[in-house]
Write a protein that binds this ligand. Structure first.
Ligand code: AMP
Length: 230
């Protein structure tokens, strides 16, 4: 596979300041204590900020969550949410992963006023519905729960400008690919799409070929390999 943004850390060290993120986001990152971006962050963040579709080949532990949450915070800081029309959607295979992504938005988005809703099983529909009514910038969901809400008429996908599918290969293992395809078809074709997977089986490649516009392919090395370079 060819990588458009593989980043060789042995050549030039990177700083968070070089990626194009805004000052409020950089301040929040600095407060977490991270000193430099991981390879997937250094390679993907500038493309996400440039509104490109990105295919990130990265496992858990590579820092991939921040590679989409950080630029999303900056992109979404411009504009306002309308009732029942989330501006961005992040699909996660499990409740636990969805909750971790929500924590990331709270940590890195602490200097922004973004509204967020988490649609996962085990939380009452009424409470989730109230949040959706108020309008959300960031909607984080598992596919089944999201489709339940859509079928109840609680939300519309027409306002989604940014769609993220995280852990796509796990989605495949869990049988979520038909749900993902349904959700893709409900969002505007002009949206920006980010897709993360540790591996690229043919079923996943087919989705990329169908739903992506000239994606940039980025790779994240496992963190231990990343550290050995220093
Ligand atoms: P993830 O691959 O997104 O699950 O992230 C794995 C872990 O790496 C998380 O605990 C993050 O808090 C941490 N992490 C993310 N970015 C960085 C960074 N630039 N430097 C050090 N740790 C990070």
């Amino acid at each position: 596979m060819l990588f458009d943004c593989a980043y060789d850390f042995t050549l030039v060290p990177m700083n968070f300041e070089d990626l194009g993120l805004g000052p409020k986001t950089l301040k929040a990152v600095k407060e977490t204590g991270y000193t430099e971006p991981t390879p997937i962050q250094a390679s993907a963040i500038p493309h996400v900020l440039a509104a490109r579709d990105v295919l990130g080949i990265a496992q858990t532990g590579t820092g991939k969550t921040a590679s989409f949450t950080l630029p999303m915070i900056d992109i979404l800081s411009r504009g306002r949410a309308k009732a029942r029309m989330p501006r961005s959607l992040i699909l996660e295979p499990t409740r636990e992963l969805a909750a971790q992504v929500a924590e990331n938005f709270e940590t890195y988005g602490k200097y922004h006023k973004l509204s967020m809703a988490l649609l996962i099983g085990g939380v009452a529909f009424g409470e989730q519905n109230r949040k959706l009514m108020q309008g959300v910038d960031v909607l984080i969901a598992t596919p089944g729960r999201l489709l339940d809400h859509i079928e109840r008429g609680n939300l519309l996908m027409n306002g989604v400008q940014l769609l993220v599918v995280d852990e796509a290969d796990r989605m495949l293992d869990m049988g979520f690919i038909p749900d993902i395809e349904r959700i893709f078809k409900m969002t505007p074709f002009t949206r920006q799409t980010l897709f993360f997977s540790a591996t690229m089986p043919t079923e996943i490649q087919r989705i990329v070929d169908t739903f992506f516009t000239q994606p940039k392919t980025c790779r994240g090395d496992p963190p231990d390999r990343h550290r050995r370079h220093h």
